[in-house]
Design a protein around this ligand. Structure first.
Ligand code: GLN
Length: 192
C-alpha cells in the first residue's frame, strides 16, 4: 500500500532528490509541472534551485495562481531554499519584477550569507525534532523577519532564522534532501 500522493514542483532545481526522499518514506511522490498534476496531490515540496527562474516558469506554466489558491485552501507545502523564497510573503531583494507565491508571513533575503560563505554546513536544533539536524546551506536565503502568523523553528549560531513553520507550511533555508535527513519530509507527510 502506498501513502498519500504528494507532489514536488518540478519546473527547475533539485526536484529529483526530493522525489527520492519522499518515495523512500513510502509516499506516492510525483513531479508537478501542470495545473492538472497539482490538482491530484495532497501536499507539495518546492525544491531548491533558483527562485527567479522558478518564479518565471511558475507563471509561464500557469501554476502560480492555482498554487496560491491551494495554499490558501490549506494544502501543506514544504519549501527548501529557493522553495522557501517562493513561499515567503515578502522578499527584500528580489530580482527585477520577481514575485513569490507567498503564504508564509515572513520576509526573506536571497543569498544572505554573502560570497565568503556561499555554502556552509552547521548542526542545528530544530523545534519539534529530537536531535540535531546537519544543515547544508547553498547560496541560502535567511528569514529576516518573522511575522505574527509564522514561527521560527531553527536559527544558525549567530541567531539568524533559517527554518519557519506556519500551520501546514514549512520552510528551510537549507537542503535536507542531500544529507539523508528525512524528518522534514516526514513532517510534511504527517500533515496530509
Ligand atoms: N540563491 C537561490 C535563489 O535565490 C537559492 C539557492 C538554492 O536554492 N540553493 O533562488
Amino acid at each position: 500500500m502506498t501513502g498519500p500522493r504528494v507532489g514536488v514542483l518540478a519546473l527547475q532545481g533539485d526536484f529529483r532528490e526530493h522525489l527520492a526522499v519522499l518515495t523512500g518514506l513510502g509516499a506516492d511522490a510525483v513531479p508537478v509541472r501542470r495545473e492538472r498534476e497539482l490538482d491530484q496531490v495532497a501536499g507539495l515540496v518546492i525544491p531548491g534551485g533558483e527562485s527567479t527562474v522558478m518564479d518565471k516558469l511558475s507563471r509561464t506554466f500557469g501554476l502560480a495562481a492555482p498554487l496560491r489558491e491551494r495554499i490558501d485552501a490549506g494544502m501543506p507545502v514544504y519549501g527548501t531554499c529557493a522553495g522557501l523564497i517562493m513561499l515567503a510573503d515578502r522578499i527584500t531583494d528580489g530580482l527585477g519584477d520577481q514575485r513569490t507565491i507567498g503564504g508564509l508571513d515572513v520576509t526573506v533575503r536571497r543569498n544572505a550569507f554573502g560570497n565568503q560563505n556561499d555554502s556552509f554546513e552547521a548542526d542545528l536544533d530544530v523545534t519539534g525534532l529530537d536531535g540535531p539536524v546537519h544543515a547544508v546551506f547553498i547560496r541560502a536565503p535567511v528569514v529576516e523577519q518573522v511575522g505574527p502568523a509564522a514561527e521560527a523553528i531553527a536559527t544558525v549560531p549567530d541567531g539568524r532564522v533559517v527554518a519557519v513553520r506556519q500551520g501546514g507550511l514549512l520552510g528551510t533555508s537549507f537542503h535536507p534532501e542531500i544529507t539523508g535527513e528525512t524528518r522534514f519530509h516526514r513532517m510534511l507527510l504527517d500533515l496530509l
